[in-house]
Structures are given as C-alpha cells and as structure tokens.
Design a binder for this molecule. Structure first.
Ligand SMILES: Nc1ncnc2c1ncn2[C@@H]1O[C@H](COP(=O)(O)OP(=O)(O)OP(=O)(O)O)[C@@H](O)[C@H]1O
Ligand SMILES: [Mg+2]
Length: 283
C-alpha cells in the first residue's frame, strides 16, 4: 500500500508543472545524435505522448545527421561540414530529403501514433510552409536560411490536436528547385518563434554545453556564448545549436534548453522537476 501511495505522490509532484505548461506550446528538437537506440526512441515517444495528453501543445522538429551519413556512405557520396553545417550539393540533397522526410520523419510519426498521439509528418515543402533562401551566398550549397514559416498551418494542426513532426527541409524558389537543407536547430528556433512557443528544447548527445574542461554550463548568456565560440570551446554541431537558442529567445521564446537525449526521460526531468538537467538560456 505504501508503495502505491508513494506512486500517487510522485504523480502529484508533477501537478504544478502540468498547470504551468498546459496549453503552452513547446517545440522539441529531436537531434539525430539523440536518436540512437530503439529503447530510447520508444521512451522518447512515450514522454512526448504524456506531455501531449496533459494538454501541452507539442511540435517536434527532427534532425537525422547520423542516418544521413550512413546512407551517403553507402552510396559513396561525399559530404563535409563547415561551421557545423553540412555542405549540400544536389546529390546530397536528394539523400537528405529521402532520409529526413522519408525514413526519420515517418519513424518518429509512427512511434508517436502507436503510443497514443495524433502525429502528422511534414516537411517545409508541404503547403510550402517553410520558405528559405540560399545561406551565405552559397558557401554551403543548398543549405538555406529560413525566410518565412507559415505559423497559421501549424497552429491549425495543434488546435486540432495534432503533433506536427517536422523534417527541416524548406521549399525552393520554383517547382524544379530541389529544396533547401535547413539545419534542424535553426528550423526549430524559427518555428518556435513563429508559433510564439514558451520553450524550445534541444535533445542531443551531450549533457549540455560544456566548458573547456568538459564541465556542464547549466546557465548561459549571450556574452558567454560569443566568448565560447570565439575560443573554440563551442564548435561543430553545437554552433548552430547555441545560435538557434539565441535567435529563439531574442525572438520572444522564454527559454531555450539543451539537454541530453541519451538520458531516459530527459524531457520529463527537465520540465517536471525544479532542478533541470542541461543548459538553459533565458531571455
Ligand atoms: N562546448 C560544447 N559542448 C558540448 N558539445 C559540443 C561543444 N562543442 C561542440 N560540441 C559537439 O556538438 C555535438 C552536438 O551537435 P550535433 O549536430 O552533432 O548533434 P544534434 O544537433 O543533436 O544532431 P543532428 O545534427 O543530427 O540533428 C556534440 O556531440 C559535441 O560533439
Ligand atoms: Mg546538429
């Protein structure tokens, strides 16, 4: 009996947080690096469904860097990263779209639906809801900078009880354009801004942003981030992630979190406990 009472009391501990976040919109970036093992993927889906069923409006934006690398390797297509962004030519773009919009998107959507949500998979090409232009004069090939997100469509979907699951690809300038490869972190922040989300949470494969001695930095401000980027402590895929956090909070989102997707139930721990587990960047 005591066990059961304790279980009930643990559930009730979440009540203040449920009250705080119910009806709020939270954008979750599910990094490719965090999509590692099947058990964790299933737990991720169940955590999301729990948030959804207590009334939090959820939007998922996913990456898929590792899956894209696997297929590019198999097809012997070379690609490399500059400033944490994948330089994307037309051949690589075909694979990016195939893997992100095809495999990864449908896998996440399926898992959510089988766990009790109404998830709907989309890319920015659907209803042209994400538009972009060539980033940095073409330095990264078909990598795009988002110019517009149609929040109306997303809001309609979440108002109707759907969880949009978004592959970060934007539609191009004409029907022949292969589309733009958008860094998923930057897509998540633009989407969070456009729907006036309360939070954006990045699930990745590190405990948060680390300092040069590999210790967790649990809180960061803009100035700290600039310094860490300049001295190289923040590098690779962490560069677009912290940039995305700053863009989100400057665009009106309350908090941006970078948390460890390899830890079981990391989203629940971050949202429903006082301490939090990763790095938080606040307005
Ligand atoms: N200061 C830092 N602290 C923590 N991680 C860092 C830092 N600098 C660079 N990184 C790297 O950033 C990586 C996370 O970015 P990465 O792009 O690889 O993952 P992701 O964004 O979660 O996945 P995807 O790009 O597939 O969506 C970490 O695995 C780490 O190697
Ligand atoms: Mg990344």
């Amino acid at each position: 009996m005591q066990d059961k009472i304790q279980k009930a009391s643990i559930l009730l501990d979440a009540l203040p947080y449920i009250k705080k976040f119910a009806k709020q919109t939270i954008v979750i970036k599910y990094g490719g690096a965090a999509q590692i093992n099947p058990k964790l993927k299933d737990e991720f889906a169940r955590d999301i469904v729990l948030l959804y069923l207590v009334g939090i409006r959820i939007i998922i934006v996913h990456g898929g860097g590792k899956s894209i690398n696997n297929v590019l390797d198999k097809l012997k297509i070379e690609s490399h990263f500059v400033d944490g962004l994948r330089v994307t030519d037309e051949k690589a773009m075909e694979v990016v779209e195939m893997v992100l919009s095809g495999n990864v998107n449908k896998e996440i959507t399926t898992l959510l639906n089988f766990n009790g949500a109404k998830a709907i998979g989309l890319s920015g090409k659907d209803a042209n809801f994400i538009k972009a232009k060539t980033a940095d004069g073409g330095k990264y090939g078909l990598v795009g900078d988002i110019t517009q997100v149609n929040s109306e469509m997303l809001l309609q979907l979440i108002n109707d009880g759907f969880i949009p699951v978004i592959a970060p690809i934007a539609s191009g300038d004409d029907e022949k354009h292969p589309g733009y490869n958008i860094n998923a972190d930057l897509a998540a922040s633009e989407i969070a801004k456009s729907v006036k989300a309360k939070k954006v949470i990045f699930l990745t494969d590190t405990i948060g942003v680390l300092d040069k001695d590999k210790n967790l930095l649990s809180k960061l401000k803009k100035d700290d981030i600039e310094k860490l980027k300049i001295d190289g402590t923040i590098n690779g895929g962490m560069i677009p992630k912290v940039d995305a956090c700053l863009k989100a909070i400057e665009g009106g989102v309350d908090d941006a979190h970078i948390i460890d997707g390899r830890i079981q139930h990391s989203i629940i721990l971050e949202l429903f406990t006082n301490e939090g587990i990763g790095t938080i960047i606040k307005k």
